[in-house]
Design a protein around this ligand. Structure first.
Ligand code: ADP
Ligand code: UDP
Length: 237
């Protein structure tokens, strides 16, 4: 499938139209950003690792009944996806406290959250992706009540599936962010699932193996992503 026009260039990926109106080529770049784009770097191999990692996770989720936009891996850093009408909210699921919930609620990093916490954020970089609640989603028309319930249910189903998958690889799935969109009225998981959008800690050492290595300047960012991929059995070439 050939790329035609650049439709959207985000902070980490570029989306291209194709000859089929409802299919996009998603190109994963090496650009790495944090703190709403204030920290920016190029990390060698990141595009490839995240593309292959995401394809593996999306296929696993699809095979287990979660509708996803993933169609096929096209090349090292490109995948074919269904074009979705994205909903402007980020769905975050937390199994342990880390990141913004620690700052917001004064929690110690690592505190187990049982049952898992679900949060919506409004996807708007200029506002710093603020946390929002169901009432905001309805009033501002970002999704219907039924669509919200569907996003929550799918996010928690993903939690069951992936917590177990990562557990078997010796990792805690601490938290993660999902984005959903509509494809002919069906709620579908879009965007990506990779160590860029989740937190993964080694179960033995609690070592961080995700984008916090970049945010916190811990080094060897992509080497750790590759180690996670290796443990899961993600083919990296
Ligand atoms: P950001 O927009 O946060 O900078 P990316 O660089 O990852 O992030 O850009 C990917 C963009 O493509 C995001 O805005 C995301 O919402 C959007 N997107 C992801 N999957 C799809 C899809 N299947 N159809 C249309 N848009 C998508
Ligand atoms: N996350 C993301 N994109 C965002 C915001 C958050 O992928 O724009 C992910 C982040 O990597 C983490 C989870 O969502 O796995 C929760 O992030 P948090 O609210 O703690 O924000 P942070 O402190 O990471 O900015």
């Amino acid at each position: 499938m050939q790329k035609i026009d650049l439709l959207y260039k985000g902070k980490a990926k570029s989306a291209y139209t194709t000859e089929q109106a409802d299919l996009l080529v998603m190109e994963y770049r090496n650009d790495t950003s944090a703190f709403d784009g204030k920290k920016l770097e190029q990390l060698a191999r990141k595009g490839e690792v995240n593309n292959r990692f995401n394809a593996f996770i999306m296929e696993y989720l699809s095979n287990n009944g979660v509708p996803t936009h993933h169609v096929a891996l096209l090349s090292a850093n490109q995948s074919l996806v269904k074009r979705l009408q994205m909903l402007p909210v980020e769905c975050v699921v937390r199994n342990r406290a880390a990141g913004s919930i620690c700052r917001r609620l004064g929690l110690e990093e690592g505190k187990v959250l049982e049952p898992a916490v679900f949060e919506f954020f409004y996807k708007d970089d200029s506002l710093g992706d603020p946390m929002i609640n169901d009432s905001h989603v309805i009033t501002f028309g970002w999704a219907t009540d039924a669509q919200m319930q569907e996003m929550k249910a799918l996010s928690l189903r993903v939690n069951e599936l992936l917590s177990q998958l990562f557990d078997q690889a010796g990792l805690y799935l601490v938290d993660y962010k999902l984005e959903f969109g509509l494809h002919q009225d069906q709620m579908v998981l879009g965007d990506e699932f990779s160590p860029d959008g989740c937190r993964l800690w080694d179960k033995q050492t609690l070592e961080k193996m995700d984008k916090d290595r970049f945010r916190q300047g811990l080094g060897q960012v992509i080497e750790y992503y590759e180690e996670v991929a290796r443990r899961l059995g993600v083919p990296l070439n």
